[in-house]
Design a protein around this ligand. Structure first.
Ligand code: RP5
Length: 195
């Protein structure tokens, strides 16, 4: 099966509440390859940057709220079904105690990419330490706090898929070349002469 469906229209649905789960930005009639899950709808401001990156590469994904401490049974079910549903990676973002990524990882062998969400009082340092400090045996690949981490988690997931999808690999290379070209054209303004 192709990992991506280039050229197909993306159907962005309005967030829709169903049994405590929010479904967003799902591609019609394409099996999602990447799960984007978060502990609260307040995390979407950060996780939407992962979704946008996946969209930009035409990678099919699903986005859901699966709160570890408020929906533990849903979390277990999501993790247990991930492999059979065809998910190739799960991007999991949470803030504060942030046990969502680690708990998901403990219940599935599908790679979990953790995104620390900025928190109100500790600016996401709590989320980062919580996600990155997994004890030996259950890994969570942990990214930067906030939107850069979310976008990079998506780029990492794309790189994983690209190992078996040459068309996607070419798009990833083109993306890198574009960034390089943009950086090479950057100029700094001249320093004003004193006096
Ligand atoms: C965590 O608590 C979520 O991941 C979120 O970052 C944080 C706050 O959640 P809300 O109070 O905004 O629902 O579970």
């Amino acid at each position: 099966m192709l990992a991506t469906a280039p050229g197909r229209g993306i159907s962005i649905r309005r967030p829709q509440k169903r049994q405590g789960v929010i479904f967003m930005a799902q591609r019609k009639s394409v099996t999602p390859l990447i799960g984007v899950v978060m502990g609260s709808e307040s995390d979407w401001d950060t996780l939407k940057h992962a979704a946008a990156q996946l969209d930009a590469f035409g990678v099919a994904y699903e986005a859901r709220v699966v709160s570890a401490h408020r929906m533990p049974d849903d979390l277990f079910e999501y993790a247990e079904d991930a492999q059979t549903r065809g998910l190739r990676a799960i991007i999991a973002g949470a803030g504060g105690a942030a046990h969502l990524p680690g708990m998901l990882a403990s219940k599935t062998t599908v790679p979990v990419l953790g995104v620390p969400v900025p928190s109100k009082y500790l600016r996401g340092e709590d989320s980062l330490y919580s996600i990155v400090q997994m004890p030996k045996g259950i890994p969570v690949a942990t990214f930067a706090i906030g939107e850069a981490g979310a976008a990079n988690a998506a780029l990492f997931a794309i790189a994983l898929l690209a190992t078996t999808d040459p068309a996607l690999a070419r798009r990833l290379t083109a993306f890198r070349v574009k960034q390089t070209t943009a950086a090479r054209s950057m100029r700094v303004p001249p320093v004003p002469r004193p006096g």
